[in-house]
Design a protein around this ligand. Structure first.
Ligand code: 4AD
Ligand code: MG
Length: 446
């Protein structure tokens, strides 16, 4: 017996070697002469054969069920390709130890018939801990881990410094309507909506910075791309102009995709999840907000605004309209130069047209907005006036406005929703399947 257990994914334990493997029963097929187990351990799958005559121990079929954890001992054999044994090998088991039994009904739960789609969705979400054991969910979680690492690698290669801003804050970034309030000793605090302001404060000392932290939004709308808690990849760049920011965004997105595709295992996973995925071509399309409005109005029939009227300058482009546009154009779009009125207080105005901001949303087919970014206002007085206009007490933001007082700079940054990025990459209908345990209005469990 090998003195060490063999991880299923590492290709170890070839023909003839004696091994010990531990894992859980993923699939079980009992026949008269033999029982076939597909063992899973997070690293991969292994077909295991228990032939009645080979075993030094008789087994009670009842202890074997989907989910049962066990350690199996036996001899590894090569299997001709095409026999449906993962990795073309199988373990001929001669001894086993059951570690933990399982009622084996997780498949029964996750396959239970529901009368409506919604009921089925809720059932899947209530049983997310079991759904996560499935091939599809685990493939998505592995892809997610790799994508997150690919962001870290890309920023590291670009010499951005990673920081970890606080989640408990007393200021807002993206509007008061979506703040979660929490009691904080004798005071009131919020869960952060974005780390942007904190990133800006360390530009002078650290240069370009980034963070991958949770952001929280008390979203009152139940859409397929809104979560109450999501993973926010944010970066801030010093001494750049708007065009530099856009080029950097293309670069980071393409680097991350390349890192994923360069990894054979991840490329295969992605192919399974989204067979038609291909690396977007650069440069990404650039479209001004005003041209987007025109595009929406020019469609036959026109795509209306939220009130059902033709879009006019100053209207929000609602999620549905945005999705129609991205799906029709079917490639990444940098939507730029949004009107001042519909964007956050900190955004820099376009010097050539002060009605609009140097802002960008990156839109992807199937999802819509996955990135929101902008250049930041540089002037101290201008920033104070912007706070005033929005009725936000600027004094609470002294640590932020001080950046403009103590040596301001042209700078900009963005936030990317990791769940949305993954929904685009892996062609998921909703961001609820691209995070471990989704939180949204009405759900805070399991
Ligand atoms: O467009 P947003 O609100 O921009 C900001 O928060 C900026 N302060 C970021 C920055 O410049 N550092 O959010 C950025 C991205 C969105 O494009 C979207 O991908 C994601 O965060 N996002 C959400 N994802 C899931 N659920 C939600 N409720 C989200 N809200 C925003
Ligand atoms: Mg946005």
């Amino acid at each position: 017996i090998a003195d060490k257990g063999v991880a299923l994914g590492d290709g170890a334990g070839r023909e003839g070697s004696r091994v010990r493997v531990s894992g859980r029963i993923h699939r079980l097929r009992a026949q008269k002469q033999a029982t076939f187990i597909t063992l899973v351990d997070g690293g991969g799958h292994l077909q295991c054969v228990l032939q009645a005559g080979d075993l030094t121990k008789t087994y009670d079929a009842l202890t074997f069920a989907q989910g049962t954890s066990l350690t199996l001992f036996g001899e590894m054999r090569e299997v001709p390709a095409g026999q449906q044994a993962p990795d073309n090998r199988e373990l001929h088991v001669d001894y086993y130890q059951v570690i933990g039994t399982s009622p084996g009904d997780d498949e029964a739960i996750t396959n239970k018939v529901s009368s409506t789609q919604n009921q089925w969705d809720q059932q899947m979400l209530d049983n997310r801990h079991l759904v996560l054991r499935g091939d599809n969910a685990s493939a998505l979680m592995k892809l997610r881990a790799h994508v997150e690492w690919a962001f870290i690698k890309a920023y590291h290669d670009m010499k951005f410094v990673k920081v970890s801003p606080p989640a408990l804050v007393q200021t807002q970034v993206e509007g008061g309507a979506t703040l979660f309030t929490v009691p904080y000793y004798e005071e009131k605090a919020y869960l952060t909506q974005s780390s942007q302001l904190y990133l800006e404060t360390v530009l002078p000392s650290l240069g370009n910075v980034y963070c991958i932290e949770k952001s929280f939004r008390a979203e009152k709308s139940l859409t397929r791309r809104h979560l109450s808690e999501y993973t926010h990849v944010e970066a801030e760049l010093d001494f750049v102009d708007f065009d530099d920011l856009l080029v950097h965004l293309e670069d980071i997105i393409c680097r991350v995709i390349d890192t994923v595709l360069d990894d054979a295992e991840m490329a295969a996973l992605l192919k399974e999840l989204n067979p038609s995925f291909s690396r977007p071509s650069r440069p990404f399309m650039r479209m001004k907000y005003s041209d987007a409005i025109e595009w929406l109005n020019k469609q036959d029939p026109p795509i209306p605004n939220e009130e059902g009227n033709p879009h006019v300058f100053g209207d929000d482009i609602a999620e549905a309209a945005e999705r129609r546009m991205t799906d029709a154009i079917n490639r990444p779009i940098f939507l730029t130069h949004f009107p001042v009125e519909i964007k956050a207080f900190y955004m820099k105005k376009d010097p050539s047209d002060v009605r609009v901001t140097e802002s960008v949303d990156c839109l992807m087919p199937g999802v819509g907005e996955i990135v929101g970014g902008s250049m930041r206002m540089e002037g101290y007085e201008e920033l104070l006036a912007a706070y005033d206009k929005q009725g936000i007490p600027a004094k609470d933001y002294y640590w932020y406005t001080d950046q403009r007082k103590y040596g301001t700079s042209p700078h900009g940054g963005y936030g990317l929703g990791l769940e949305r990025f993954l929904a685009w990459m892996a062609a998921q209908h909703t961001v609820r399947t691209t995070c471990l345990y989704p939180r949204y209005m009405g759900r805070c469990k399991p």
